[in-house]
Design a protein around this ligand. Structure first.
Ligand code: CA
Length: 230
């Protein structure tokens, strides 16, 4: 197996597609490109890429349709590329199973940083299903229902523990407000974003060891939250 993941680039805008391709080429990432949704689905099936970079505004179909289709058989990380400033599109893409997003215009460095995160996720994927989760100084014992920071037990409420487990189970993935509230409180409460903010603020305080760093819970303004791999 190749050490570098195969990247599928789906982008109809030629200058952007070429910029991404050049970046991937110089960094040694193997890649394939598609300029519409139909080709994207065909290549996703034929080449089984490890990471998918997906523009949402495609000539033949909406990028969200591509996510719906490929998510039926692959868990490969999907990074949405969108020129749209409307958060709704990003949120819809994340709720359909995308992992992260880049807003155009983005820098080559931003693109590479996102790819590194996804590579790390792929490397850590084998650890899924472990009864104990470790990320930096944070440790969660799922079976015992306990979480520890630096070996010291955190005193979490049941809701805070559920929130922490949900983020930990999806390290490096951006989880939307709707996704989180639906999983923690149930569908009836999925618009309860203000309560979620309050719970997240308290949870974050409990994870903090004084200076606010490192941040185990990152906020994506207007979109949701993400726990980075430390
Ligand atoms: Ca486009």
């Amino acid at each position: 197996m190749n050490n570098e993941p195969l990247v599928l680039v789906v982008e109809d805008d030629a200058p952007i597609r070429n910029l991404i391709a050049t970046t991937l080429k110089t960094r040694g990432y193997p890649y394939v490109t598609a300029n519409d949704g139909k080709t994207a689905i065909m290549l996703a099936t034929a080449r089984n890429p490890d990471v998918i970079l997906l523009d949402l505004g495609l000539p033949d179909t909406d990028g969200t349709e591509v996510i719906k289709t490929v998510r039926r058989w692959t868990d490969a990380p999907i990074i949405v590329i969108s020129a749209r400033t409307d958060d709704k599109d990003k949120i819809a893409a994340l709720d359909l199973g995308a992992d992260d997003y880049l807003t155009k215009p983005f820098s080559v460095e931003e693109l590479l940083a996102r790819l590194r995160v996804m590579q790390r996720r792929l490397a850590n994927a084998v650890n899924k299903g472990d009864p104990v989760f470790v990320n930096g100084d944070l440790k969660i014992d799922f079976q015992a229902g306990c979480a520890y920071m630096n070996g010291e037990e955190l005193h979490l409420t049941p809701i805070e523990f559920k929130l922490l487990c949900l983020l930990a189970g999806n390290v490096d993935k951006v989880l939307t407000h709707t996704y989180i509230t639906r999983h923690v409180w149930g569908a009836a409460w999925e618009n309860n974003v203000s309560s979620l903010r309050v719970f997240m603020a308290t949870l974050r305080k409990k994870l903090d060891r004084g200076d606010g760093f490192p941040q185990y819970i990152q906020t994506r303004v207007g979109v949701g939250y993400r726990m980075p791999r430390m």
